[in-house]
Every structure is written in C-alpha cells, then in structure tokens.
Design a protein around this ligand. Sequence first.
Ligand SMILES: Nc1ncnc2c1ncn2[C@@H]1O[C@H](COP(=O)(O)OP(=O)(O)OP(=O)(O)O)[C@@H](O)[C@H]1O
Ligand SMILES: [Mg+2]
Length: 225
Amino acid sequence: MIRTRALYKDYPMGRDKLHVLRGVNLEVRRGEFLAIMGASGSGKSTLLHILGLLDRPDRGEVELEGQPVFHQSQARQDRIRNKEIGFVFQFYHLLPELNVEENVLLPEMVGNSLWNWVRRRKTTRRQAREVIESVGLEKQIHQRPATLSGGERQRVAIARALVQRPKLLLADEPTGNLDSVSGKVILDIFGRLNQAGQTIVMVTHDAKVAALAHRKLDLIDGKIQ
Ligand SMILES: Nc1ncnc2c1ncn2[C@@H]1O[C@H](COP(=O)(O)OP(=O)(O)OP(=O)(O)O)[C@@H](O)[C@H]1O
Ligand SMILES: [Mg+2]
C-alpha cells in the first residue's frame, strides 16, 4: 500500500545540519497495523509527517499504491493528503470554536467546492454521524472541545481522520497525552478499525502500546532497523 524509498531529511542546526532521516526504507501492506518505535528525537514524527504528505523529504520518495507521491502536482498531493490519508496527532488539533460534529466535518468542507459541499451535505452529515457514533461520542456531538476530556477529544480527532474513509490512518503518539484508561479506549478503537480492514501506522515510544500492533519497527540512527 505504501512504501518509502531511501528517505533523507535534515534540519538546520546552527551552522550544522541535523541528519534526522538517513535512508528510511519501509513498506506497509494493506490491512496491516504497524507500530514504529524510537527514542525521543529519533525522527518518528518527521517520518510520519512525510508519510502523511505534511512535509517533504530532502531526498527519496513515498509511493502510495505504486504511485510516487512527491512527483505529482501540488493539487494532486493536496487531494491525496485530504482524501486518502487520515492523521491523528498527540495533541488532537481540534478547532475550539467548532463543536464535535463540525470538527469532524471539517475535512469534507475543506476538500470540496462550495457547490459540492451543499449538494452532498446530507450524505456527508450522515457519514459524520456514523463515525462519531463509532467512537462513542453521539451524546457529545454538539459540545465544543473545551468541554470534553482528553480521551474524548482524541476520539473526535479519530472520527475526523476517518470521515473521508482514508486508505491509510497515521497516528503520532495517539495515547501519549492520555491516562492509561483513556489510552486503552483509543487503542481498542484502533484494534477494531484494523479488524475491519483499516491500514494503520502508529508511532509511539511506549512498548506496551506498540505491542498491540501486528508488527513493530525501530527507528534508530535515522534508519529502520
Ligand atoms: N522543524 C524543525 N526544525 C529543526 N529541527 C527539527 C524540526 N523538527 C524536528 N526537528 C528535530 O529533529 C529531530 C527529530 O524530531 P522528531 O519530532 O521527528 O522526533 P520524534 O522521534 O518524534 O520525538 P518525540 O518522541 O519526542 O516526539 C529532533 O532532534 C528535533 O529537534
Ligand atoms: Mg514525535
């Protein structure tokens, strides 16, 4: 489903360069639940952002279903990012002035023309309600993020990531900011999604969290070991 070819990424560090990714080769098969582990600062978020087209590598390529994504037009890349990839962050990144339903609808509003949005609004709202129910937040649908617990906020973020039915779900330390009970709820949701066929790549430094995935890889010295 997704494959990387020798990804390199540097960051400027004073007069020097920090070589974060030094030739990352990685393959994720359809339906897989993969955990990527590594120490703090090892480049896990950097790698995940590149897989999610939120950042570009300095060298190398990401292939989604055999297609090199960074060689496509910007418009095509934007479309892939919006439609085919769902992203869950450690700190939720919800919009505080929008309620649960509106936060979940956001990718649809951004990804469609006004005309399309108006035409598809009914179907889209039904889909949003379905994913909100699937993460158990139907009672909170009209609440704003400030009135939700951390675990509930993360469930909103998962619903938002899923509303477009992405091929690939990427999660960066999705339980890193939660207590163990709320964290378990999130991981149960991931397990259930994966059983239903969702491909998931999750980054974590917690071995217990990674143990729930099918396969674990370590990012060490800028490479997959
Ligand atoms: N935009 C940036 N500019 C400069 N340096 C950066 C930038 N983003 C990340 N870095 C550096 O690159 C290295 C890898 O960062 P990254 O966030 O990918 O690590 P990580 O493995 O996700 O760590 P953590 O487990 O703490 O989240 C770190 O040393 C970080 O300081
Ligand atoms: Mg990180």
